[in-house]
Design a binder for this molecule. Structure first.
Ligand code: SAH
Length: 207
């Protein structure tokens, strides 16, 4: 998977390639999809959600230019695959998932796999996660129609954020926060599930 789908398409960051080799994707997909776990496509993970195509996971991870000391926020834990890839590279990963069952399953799965540096919370990504802010980098794997301001606020100056933006037509945006402002750049057309606004917020706000 790494050689034919990821290296061949130009991903060069050794830390990203190593992490993609190390995290076993078949441990993150539902039983019926284990045979296609390493295929070049997104896969369903239940609740109408998907695990992203491996190349896109690698592409977004590389674009953040991560360092081993970084603290990262992820919106859209899903099955926890992207969080695990990040967890191999950086010091701390905080990940928010709006679907309770997915958040709980991902938390259990990541614990079982031994990731002590990843914390998953059931919550609304639009609220971000103040307790551990500011973050060196932020990644969203669900698509809002515009860049959520709270996420920009919780990004460190000098930090990078990558996220899909749009509804039917989406672009991957790289957002860089500088001391003087914010630079936004559309870099790739993509297709992610929407970042939803939950109607009722009954999350545990103490997390
Ligand atoms: N990163 C995941 C891919 C998840 S798909 C992986 O590696 O498997 C996108 C996820 O975003 C879905 O699980 C969806 O439930 C979640 N999501 C959608 N809107 C959200 C919101 N407002 N806050 C947090 N998560 C959200």
């Amino acid at each position: 998977m790494v050689d034919t789908q990821i290296k061949a398409r130009g991903i060069r960051d050794a830390k990203v390639l190593d992490a993609m080799r190390k995290v076993e994707r078949h441990l993150f997909v539902p039983e019926g999809f284990v045979d296609s776990a390493y295929a070049d496509m997104p896969l369903p993970i239940g609740c109408g959600q998907t695990i992203s195509q491996p190349y896109i996971v690698a592409y977004m991870t590389e674009a953040l230019r991560l360092k081993p000391t970084d603290r990262i926020l992820e919106i859209g834990t899903g099955c926890g695959y992207q969080a695990a890839v990040l967890g191999e590279i950086v010091k701390e990963v905080y990940s928010i998932e709006v679907v309770k069952s997915l958040a709980e399953e991902a938390r259990v799965r990541l614990e079982r796999l031994g990731y002590k540096n990843i914390r998953v919370k059931w919550g609304d990504g639009y609220d971000a996660w103040q307790a551990y802010a500011p973050y060196d980098a932020i990644i969203a794997t669900a698509s809002p129609v515009e860049i959520p301001q709270k996420l920009v606020e919780q990004l460190k100056p000098g930090g990078k954020m990558i996220l899909p933006v749009g509804s039917f037509f989406q672009e991957l945006y790289l957002v860089e926060k500088t001391e003087t402002g914010v630079r936004e750049q559309a870099i790739l057309p993509v297709r992610f599930v929407p970042m939803v606004h939950p109607r009722e917020k009954e999350f545990n706000e103490n997390e």
